[in-house]
Design a protein around this ligand. Structure first.
Ligand SMILES: [Fe+2]
Length: 148
């Protein structure tokens, strides 16, 4: 099985985003462990957590992009929406009684690859916009605090 792990080149420099991306890679490792243990209960639980967390993370990113007036937010959100539909379809397959070991193997490869590509292409693109908007907020808060 191809291993998916967080690498320094995935760093965006936006701490909150980097720690969320790292958490998703931790969930991927937890899925691998559950697959190795062949524990159906753990597999179901950790696959659910991985999917749930990834969808929340994408929504969080969209909030930051919106705040930053990111010009291609709509396109990025479409990519997230397609991911969401695919991720939820895995959950439905498990709920409908499909072999969760088989589904979990697909989930870890699909989400692992998706995340690796998405971080390096789509996410990297919004970084300067979001960074700027976060800095702006910080600077204006500091100004109010010191010069009000
Ligand atoms: Fe994204």
């Amino acid at each position: 099985m191809q291993q998916f792990q967080w690498l320094p080149e995935f760093e965006t420099g936006i701490d909150v985003i980097d720690s969320q991306h790292q958490r998703i890679f931790e969930y991927l490792l937890e899925v691998d462990t559950a697959i190795r243990m062949q524990s159906h209960e753990s597999i179901k639980e950790v696959v659910h957590s991985l999917i749930d967390y990834s969808i929340s993370h994408n929504a969080f990113e969209e909030t930051l992009m919106e705040r930053a007036d990111y010009p291609i937010l709509a396109a990025h959100a479409k990519v997230h929406e397609a991911f969401r539909n695919r991720a939820l379809s895995y959950e439905h397959r498990i709920e409908n009684g499909e072999d969760c070991l088989k589904v979990a193997k697909e989930v870890r490869s699909d989400i692992g690859l998706w995340l690796t590509n998405h971080i390096q292409r789509d996410d990297k693109d919004y970084v300067p916009y979001v960074k700027k908007s976060l800095e702006g907020g910080f600077v204006s808060r500091m100004k109010k605090r010191f010069f009000a």
